[in-house]
Design a protein around this ligand. Structure first.
Ligand SMILES: C[S@@+](CC[C@H](N)C(=O)[O-])C[C@H]1O[C@@H](n2cnc3c(N)ncnc32)[C@H](O)[C@@H]1O
Length: 218
């Protein structure tokens, strides 16, 4: 586990409550926009997991407030929500989920899954962390299992990574490590694994901050 990820998790541990409050506050600024964004994501997740029978085991890594895990539960999947900070685990319980404390870099998967969701989490991984996590998830997937993950690009950035506390939704009053990727870099990392790229697209508000979205199949 990198020092960068370790320190970032310490930051979340101290300020997860602020993160949770800010994301609610941020959504309230424009409820219509927030709902539209949420529905678009859920549609995408549903489409990506469409070949997994209802009741399939899925794990979400870094669930935070648990809205995506809760949605997957409502769709009928056997979802395991997980995170590291206690405040996130409490929030997950409040969503009616039965979360597990799980650090994907440190802990071992206890079983295999048909689906893994790792949304907005790779941003906190060094390149070595990302390689390790992709490998661990591959081993934890059933054959034909699906991994959905995303990362932030760096096409218009002057740095590859930085310690930063974003304003608005992501503001926490403490810096976290963000690692920026190019599509070429992620494609290269994935090319050394046995995953098949099922789907890729870019999305996001402005050119400086595009998300690179991957659906990988074992
Ligand atoms: C930006 S938040 C995203 C939360 C949520 N997935 C979402 O999209 O709203 C990043 C999340 O990654 C989690 N995270 C970072 N490093 C992790 C690790 N090594 N293992 C598990 N979760 C991790 C954090 O605890 C946090 O919940």
């Amino acid at each position: 586990m990198s020092v960068e990820n370790k320190k970032t998790l310490e930051a979340y541990d101290k300020t997860a409550n602020i993160y949770l409050a800010n994301s609610i506050e941020h959504d309230r600024l424009d409820m219509k926009k927030a709902r539209k964004k949420q529905e678009k994501l859920w549609q995408f997740i549903e489409e990506s997991f469409k070949n997994l029978p209802v009741g399939s085991d899925i794990i979400e890594i870094g669930s935070a407030d648990g809205v995506n895990a809760k949605h997957l539960k409502e769709l009928g999947y056997n979802i395991t929500a997980s995170d590291v900070a206690e405040a996130f685990l409490e929030a997950l319980k409040e969503q009616g989920l039965n979360p597990v404390k799980f650090n994907v870099l440190e802990d071992e998967f206890k079983k295999k899954y048909f689906g893994v969701l790792c949304w907005r989490v790779f941003v906190h991984f060094t390149r070595e962390d990302a390689i390790k996590v992709l490998g661990k998830i591959y081993d934890a997937l059933e054959d034909n299992g699906i991994l959905i993950f995303n990362a932030i690009n760096r096409e218009t950035r002057t740095v590859d990574s930085e310690w930063v506390d974003f304003p608005g939704e992501y503001h926490m009053g403490i810096d976290r490590y963000y690692n920026y990727y190019t599509k070429e870099e992620l494609d290269e990392i994935i090319s050394h694994t046995k995953y098949k790229i099922e789907h890729f697209h870019k999305e996001g508000g402005d050119e400086k901050n595009k998300w690179l979205v991957y659906v990988l199949k074992k």
